[in-house]
Design a protein around this ligand. Sequence first.
Ligand code: PLP
Length: 391
Amino acid sequence: MTNLEQSLNPTITAMAPDKLLNFQKTVRDIPGVLKLTFGEPGFDVDERIKAAATEAINNNRSHYAESQGEQSLRAEAVRYFNETYHLNYQDEDNVIVTLGVSEGINVVLHTLLAPGDGLLVPEPAYGPYFTSLALAYGQKIAIDTTAHRFKLTPEMVDEAVEKATVPVRAILMNYPTNPTGVTYSREEVMALAATFKKHHIWVISDEIYAVLTYDQAHVSFAEIIPEQTIYINGLSKSHAMTGYRVGFILASKQMILEMQKVHGALTFAIPTFIQDAAVVALRDVKDTPLLMRAAYKARRDRILPQLKALGFDVVTPEGAFYIFAKLPVDLGDDGDAFALNLAREGKVAVIPGSGFSESAKAFIRISYAASDEDLDEGMKRITAYVKRLRE
Ligand code: PLP
């Protein structure tokens, strides 16, 4: 052990770096590589939102914001989420504005979990969750959904709770799901909600991709069991505002007061001029999410048949913008090696499945949040690379 390690928090030194971010760094400098890695919408921010941000800067909206979020933005957020997803939050005291959903996840986990408490995590799941959980000293109780086409069922939840050796505090839901694109119907959400109720566990519901649900209405846990739900959403995916860093937590007023203690310490507040721009996004920019949803669905349909033709096993994504594909049997089951070699030799970067679950080593995640030209070129390169492997 070096002196540096001796003087650091052992929880951090023992932690593996986040695989998702690490792999993106690995492929970044490969010359000529085409990236189908990012959860980056690939659209520019709407002109009205940009104008609101610059006007706010010019009007000196550059001082500390209210820590919980500017009252105007919190009011707009309650109106928007209530109207869009049939929720029933009362007013702006039900909201905290966070530095993206990323901060929101940390705020919620720190507020709910005592050290050693269990968190149910249906896997495959968004990799940074694992780091957030470790930072909160929580215990992951993974529920592997791979054998069930990536869908969580009430029976899986019952089994995980029964087998748990630590107190189970909460479940971390995310749908449409990163990395699989799976989502849940009203009946499925209701059945799961009944199970969560029975077990008295909190539902932390990361619904950041809600707007990108293709063929059915998105149904929120916050509609079905509001009393047990902590609802998280943000503007990164719905309004292509990834770099603005705007997230929201909605919950009971009492819960918000508790979480505000953590948020106040973690980031204090997000920039004031960004909050003004976020008001415009929620209030005025209604077309962007719909245009993006149609574009992503078309892009899914552009590449899915090609992947299937190559022998990849895929569950058709019903939302978000990722395809989680199992390697064709003749290409082995090492997604890490496949992704690395595909990047180095085939010049296309995708993310290895192991970043999302230990049991998803034979998978890769392809992001189709890319232009049609890049997707066509990417598929051409993947096809050529697979053909070479088979020669
Ligand atoms: N949650 C999920 C499931 C995600 O896929 C992402 C980004 O890819 C985030 C949270 C991060 O969101 P934000 O940009 O709001 O921090």
